[in-house]
Ligand binder design. Sequence first.
Ligand SMILES: Cc1cc2nc3c(=O)[nH]c(=O)nc-3n(C[C@H](O)[C@H](O)[C@H](O)COP(=O)(O)OP(=O)(O)OC[C@H]3O[C@@H](n4cnc5c(N)ncnc54)[C@H](O)[C@@H]3O)c2cc1C
Length: 428
Amino acid sequence: MPDTRVLIAGGGIGGLSLALTLHQIGVPFTVFEAVRELKPLGVGINIQPNAVRELYDLGFSAADLDAVGVPAREWAAVGRNGKDIYAEPRGLDAGYNWPQYAVHRGAFHMALYDALRQRAGDDVVRLGHRVYGYEKAPAGTVTALIEHADGHKSTETGTLLIGADGIHSAIRAQMHPDQPPINWGGAIMWRGTTQAKPIRTGSSFVGLGTIAQRMVIYPISHPDPETGLAKINWIAEVTVDPAEGWQGTSWFGAAKVEDFLHHFRDWTYDWLDVPELLQGADVVYENAMIDRDPIPTWRDGRVALMGDAAHAMYPTGSNGASQAIVDAREIGAAMLAHGVTPAALEAYDKKLCGPISEVVLRNRGAGPFGLLYLVEERCGGEFDDIDDIVSPDERNALVSGYKAAAGFAIETLNAAPPIIPAGARVAP
Ligand SMILES: Cc1cc2nc3c(=O)[nH]c(=O)nc-3n(C[C@H](O)[C@H](O)[C@H](O)COP(=O)(O)OP(=O)(O)OC[C@H]3O[C@@H](n4cnc5c(N)ncnc54)[C@H](O)[C@@H]3O)c2cc1C
């Protein structure tokens, strides 16, 4: 009897969302995760309303998400002079039927992991199993090649294999052996969190500065009722000439505020003190803003890519984790329509690979933060009335164009049927 399991390489946000989806629709699966222990790593990420909707459909409640984050209420681009370029409500305040959440990546990842183990049991996730490649096997199966944490190797055979193994995906490297190396446009990000008072609405996502040098700031927890302090996520970003190379110690290494504070030393406003925020950090990481060139297909027979393995993107649109969740749901929907077959992967690939590859390229143009670029280009960041520099129509068009491309335009999302209807199961 062939093994009818779906093999999932990678237990990140994408892989675990797929595992939860397959459990929901009655498809057997096993997740193979390279690390020996899943830990609550990373800092802030955003989950857009289209993905929050999918989390609700997966049985997560607002209370579950409130335990790992906070609903976002506003998105704002602010010039280096401290004046608003653009601001709009987000989530429920904007008219979506679902909120947008700003969450701690690690805490959210652990919430997915805990829910999966509670629902499907401990042994559906095999830790310390790195999938380093695949072989097409006869009789309608595919074999994952696995290296264990102790170095020994083994194989696992299933019906389909999904590469959810992140930006450095081994599955993608085998599928597209001629793909260019990681793309880096010269931006270096220092990310961290600080306990501080939230600014503006109390849950605003603020991009401040210019394209070459900016701060992104948003809370990822509700404020403590006694102190009023929340966990504030920030990204301090500086762009250098990529031709000069970069002498950073690692792509996602621990860093010190002193390494980059000088870039932001005089960024003080009557509503925000950036040096104070940075100096109060509990954790600081340094990483390059990297992505990968789009590929023509995410599928090779019984194997498909999802999440960052398929479409690693610059975080300028705050859309990477959301799209990984949506990929998982679209794979599930394709299985409901076509069974657990290569045809399901073909349908998924056809639907998403082209449009999401365009989002990857759009994010290189700074995504919605292209507004900061326009302002810099037209007036060097100095303005009294923003309407004289970029008209309201032009500002609105830029931001709504991004939301439409990324799949979270308000009316379209509110009117769309669920990706996976309640109670749907794949026919045995
Ligand atoms: C440790 C970590 C911290 C992060 N922190 C942030 C952050 O602070 N802010 C932010 O915006 N984004 C962060 N990201 C990226 C963000 O989580 C992703 O962009 C997004 O959630 C898409 O998720 P994904 O599941 O496709 O990829 P990932 O979240 O990268 O998950 C991929 C998973 O696959 C595993 N894996 C890798 N190779 C193999 C292999 N060959 N076989 C089996 N398993 C493998 C990895 O260990 C990881 O668990 C982080 C990612 C990681 C792994």
